[in-house]
Design a protein around this ligand. Structure first.
Ligand code: PEP
Length: 252
């Protein structure tokens, strides 16, 4: 059975002190709230990952990196490798976030390499994808999403999918306060599951968790999470506040 997941992407927020404080606040409640069928993940910035791993060790909170480089190592100034992450004790990495695609030129081809490198290093991948507003208006969103999945993931083998979590994040809903309606989320999540089923079969499709991301808040989480093919959320802004993030965890 697929797991329910709430993951918080902290982006370039929270210095070391703030990271410690937020984890402390989350830990106070999270252990009581997290059931066996739910995973709670936080993704602090690279420099605070070591601390985050240590501070969450005796809790049910998992830690993810927000990105990594596709090469195993080498002359890539400023970059971080998969091995550096696993060596810190990390088990998860977010790849393909729309901010990485838009501001840092990450193409589908680069992301396909990153996914391969992550899996080869035993990292589980939260793979993000989603259309921009213009494509939604032109009703191209199904095609865009299908291509992002094909180009980023369809070189993988069936067995790789036990280490993939999908996150549908319509770009027009990220950090804008604009949320896809629960119906819009369900429509595309169901399409994504069917697209996976067509290529890899029903078992893989039924077992993969598909998260929704885009202005999820305590007020709208329950309705979005109530949809059959929505298995949780990738949360940005609301993940920076313990009370809000825990309320979203509670809504699952
Ligand atoms: C995100 O960046 O993954 C995200 C969903 O952000 P927000 O919740 O702030 O829209």
């Amino acid at each position: 059975m697929r797991k329910k997941i709430v993951a918080g992407n902290w982006k370039m927020n929270n210095n070391l002190d703030q990271t410690k404080t937020l984890i402390k606040e989350l830990k106070k409640q999270a252990d009581k709230q997290i059931s066996d069928t739910t995973r709670v993940i936080i993704a602090p910035s690279f420099v605070n990952l070591n601390t985050a791993v240590k501070k969450t060790k005796k809790s049910n909170i998992e830690v993810a990196a927000q990105n990594m480089h596709q090469a195993e190592n080498g002359a890539f100034t400023g970059e971080i490798s998969a091995d550096m992450l696993t060596n810190l004790g990390l088990k998860l990495v977010i790849l393909g976030h729309s901010e990485r695609r838009e501001y840092f030129g990450e193409t589908d081809a680069i992301l396909a390499q990153k996914v391969t490198t992550a899996l080869q290093n035993n990292l589980e991948v939260i793979f993000c994808f989603g259309e921009v507003l213009e494509d939604r208006k032109l009703e191209n969103h199904f095609e865009i999403v299908e291509n992002q999945l094909k180009n980023g993931l369809f070189h993988l083998k069936k067995e790789d999918f036990k280490n993939i979590i999908l996150a549908y994040e319509p770009v027009w809903a990220i950090g804008t306060g604009e949320t896809a309606s629960a119906g819009q989320a369900q429509e595309i999540h169901s399409f994504v599951r069917k697209t996976i089923a067509k290529k890899y079969g029903n078992e893989i499709a039924e077992n993969i968790s598909i998260l929704y991301g885009g202005s999820v808040k305590p007020e709208n989480a329950k309705e979005i999470f109530s949809k059959q093919d929505v298995d949780g959320g990738l949360i940005g802004g609301a993940a920076l506040n313990a009370k809000d993030f825990l309320a979203i965890v509670n809504a699952i």
